[in-house]
Design a protein around this ligand. Structure first.
Ligand code: SAM
Ligand code: MD0
Ligand code: SF4
Length: 352
């Protein structure tokens, strides 16, 4: 499909997407199967064109606060699964307040409050609501919550107390694969939690993993599955095998498939938020993901912080390079910059 296209054809393709062209399953099949470098470059080019139409050179920045690494689940891919014997931490309100002090004055658009499915918070949701209230009153910024599956009533209360965005990744919309990844968890509960959140006014993020041996058809099913519920933000992350987990023996794949799927997502979700996560390959990886069509940088962690990421590419490194200033410096080097806060609030539907 792209191999014979001239630069003019590529511009027309981007124009078509902007005019509402929808990709068929056969189109997706062809795009997902690309493995020629030149063709991939063409795909990234079209995606950047589409992204630039909506967002110009402006990027949104999310700071990541993994406030409890305890979890009752046993996702096969995750370092923090319950049976894994690792050191864990859980922050209290005061510690969260100190993190807010560090974040004050940094140019970030949203704070992502993430935890494992920690019974300490899940069984006593008021404790989680207190964390959300604290961050809201300290920073007065939009808040994303990534707590796993929660009851509808609790989600409602969190929303009323300042949570604007729910991140809840399906990982795959292929039910059989889902059971292998999110072992013992309900596929439908996860879908329905996102649906409910959206219905009461949250923005929602869905996401998929790649690089653990899935095939083209399962990737297409995942892309269509994400499309079905109109997420405000969509992500794809390369699966990174974690020591001490059931999938540790899977060979780590290069990021090609992630970059390709990211660009395809930009064509399917032209005006949505798509992240370049720092958690996988740091700032160099961020540049590649932005060049594939992303428009958000996630997993920003202040330089003096000992908070964890999820994949934690820097777990064994002495120095971390994912603080707001380093990110902005690199963005400027690419001719990009943080978006005005009013742009982000418009995306969220928050009146300023
Ligand atoms: N516990 C909550 C939950 O699972 O929804 C919040 C954490 S969630 C934001 C962590 C996400 O990181 C997973 O949904 C998965 O997409 C991603 N992740 C975890 N381990 C990973 C790995 N080894 N490689 C790539 N992505 C991973
Ligand atoms: C990231 N480590 O953006 C974070 C995390 C949770 N909402 C996001 C996966 O990569
Ligand atoms: Fe727990 Fe989330 Fe990790 Fe699954 S992905 S084991 S729910 S922290």
């Amino acid at each position: 499909m792209l191999s014979d296209m001239t630069p003019k054809d590529l511009d027309n393709f981007a124009e078509g997407i902007l005019n509402g062209l929808k990709l068929s399953d056969d189109d997706l099949r062809e795009l997902v199967s690309i493995n020629e470098k030149e063709e991939l470059e063409k795909l990234h080019y079209v995606s950047r064109k589409v992204r630039d139409h909506f967002f110009r050179n402006k990027v949104f920045l999310y700071s990541f606060v993994y406030f409890s690494t305890y979890c009752k689940n046993k996702c096969a891919f995750c370092y923090y699964r319950k049976p894994h014997d690792i050191e864990r931490y859980r922050l209290g309100v005061q510690e969260v307040r100190s993190i807010c002090q560090v974040l004050k004055g940094e140019n970030i658009h949203m704070v992502d409050l993430t935890m494992g499915e920690d019974p300490y918070f899940h069984d006593s949701p008021d404790r989680f609501i207190d964390i959300v209230k604290t961050v809201k009153s300290e920073l007065d910024l939009p808040i994303m919550i990534s707590p796993g599956v929660m009851d509808n009533e609790v989600l409602k209360e969190l929303h009323e107390n300042g949570a604007n965005f729910l991140a809840l990744y399906q990982e795959t919309h292929d039910r059989n694969l889902y059971q292998k990844l999110r072992t013992g968890q309900s596929f439908d509960d996860r879908v329905n939690t996102r649906k409910f959140a959206k219905s009461i006014g949250y923005c929602v993020e869905d996401g998929i993993l790649t690089g653990f041996g899935e095939d083209t058809e399962s990737t297409i099913r995942s892309l269509r599955g994400m499309e079905e519920n109109c997420p405000d933000m969509v992500r794809v992350m390369t699966f990174v095998p974690q020591e001490g987990t059931p999938l540790e023996g899977v060979l780590q794949k290069p990021n090609i498939s992630e970059l390709k799927i990211l660009s395809i997502m930009r064509l399917m979700f032209p005006d949505r938020l798509i992240p370049a996560s720092l958690d996988l390959e740091g700032i160099d990886g961020m540049v590649q993901r932005l060049n594939a069509g992303a428009n958000v940088v996630t997993s920003i962690i202040p330089s003096n912080s000992s908070l964890e990421g999820v994949v934690n590419y820097d777990r064994h490194l002495d120095e971390r390079d994912r603080d707001p200033k380093s990110v902005v410096r690199r963005l400027k080097g690419m001719g990009m910059e943080p978006a005005p806060h009013s742009d982000f609030n418009r995306m969220l539907g928050v009146v300023t």
